[in-house]
Design a protein around this ligand. Structure first.
Ligand code: SF4
Ligand code: SF4
Ligand code: SF4
Length: 264
């Protein structure tokens, strides 16, 4: 088992860590690396192009296959043109959907405020484009020189770390999330298993909701919340007829209880 994990990590080390899902693995490079070791063809990484397909075939002593084609032209290093996302900031409505979609946390901004892409971190994976409700994100050519091999490895390691940190944050939010999930839920278990085997990536832990807490919250939501709402309505009615400091204070406290229970 450890030998297989080590082999998956070696394959993963060749993959660009764009986490784009174009290989058919929506959760990114690690699940594709695992699937390659289990027998899937090694030529499906679109941003990696022919150099990555060849390197993995050589590692696994398999025949080299022609790499899946990219829509972008091929650079002199044999890989597809690197791209970057750019937000047309004057059109951005600050909905934050792109932040959650970005696997490497390359977008900054907060609710109702303009968002911007940290260009140095953007891999051009395109995952932020579809969720944008006003279609204000463009992809442009990365005009930087083609990176050296050493720079590429460093960049891949950094992107892998950022992705693990992103997964852990999304996992923590999963339990309490109220809004829609922009990106399909990630298979956190797999990343947790690999992070436990490596000191070079941030730890990923699966967050479980305690079953007894779920039962308790369910009871609260069906009985206590209803009770508090009835009391609030009653007090509001009484206060609309005649002001009373004690009742006003009770109303404030009940509203606080309601918010706190709903926030669980
Ligand atoms: S970079 Fe390659 S291996 Fe990673 S998710 Fe994209 S296509 Fe798959
Ligand atoms: S900003 Fe968009 S294109 Fe760039 S890495 Fe994030 S999701 Fe991908
Ligand atoms: S998804 Fe589009 S509109 Fe929403 S914050 Fe991002 S760039 Fe702005």
């Amino acid at each position: 088992m450890n030998a297989q994990i080590s082999l998956i990590q070696q394959v993963d080390a060749f993959l660009p860590q764009t986490q784009c899902g174009l290989c058919g693995h929506r959760d990114g490079c690690l699940p594709y690396a695992k699937s390659i070791v289990e027998g899937e063809a090694a030529n499906k990484c679109v941003p990696g192009g022919q150099p990555v397909a060849d390197a993995i075939a050589q590692l696994l002593d398999r025949p080299s296959l022609q790499a899946e084609q990219s829509v972008w032209p091929i650079q002199s290093d044999g890989r597809p043109q690197r791209m970057k996302a750019v937000i047309r900031e004057d059109e951005c409505i600050g909905c934050t959907k792109c932040i959650s979609a970005c696997p490497v946390d390359a977008i900054i901004g907060s609710g109702k405020l303009m968002h911007t892409v940290l260009t140095d971190l953007c891999t051009g994976c395109e995952l932020c484009i579809a969720p944008c409700p006003v279609d204000c994100i463009d992809l442009v050519e990365d005009l930087n020189p083609i990176p050296s091999e050493a720079f590429r490895i460093q960049e891949q390691n950094d992107l892998r770390n950022r992705y693990y940190a992103h997964i852990q944050r999304e996992e923590q939010r999963r339990i309490t999330r109220k809004g829609p999930i922009v990106r399909a839920e990630i298979d956190t278990e797999l990343f947790a298993q690999f992070s436990a085997q490596s000191n070079s990536v941030p730890t990923v832990e699966v967050v479980h909701k305690a079953p007894e807490l779920a039962v308790k919250l369910d009871a609260k939501s069906t009985i206590e919340l209803a009770k508090i709402r009835t009391q609030i309505k009653k007090l509001e009615k009484q206060l609309s007829v005649r002001e009373d400091q004690t009742k006003r204070q009770q109303l404030v406290e009940l509203n606080q209880q309601l918010i706190s229970l709903q926030g669980c």
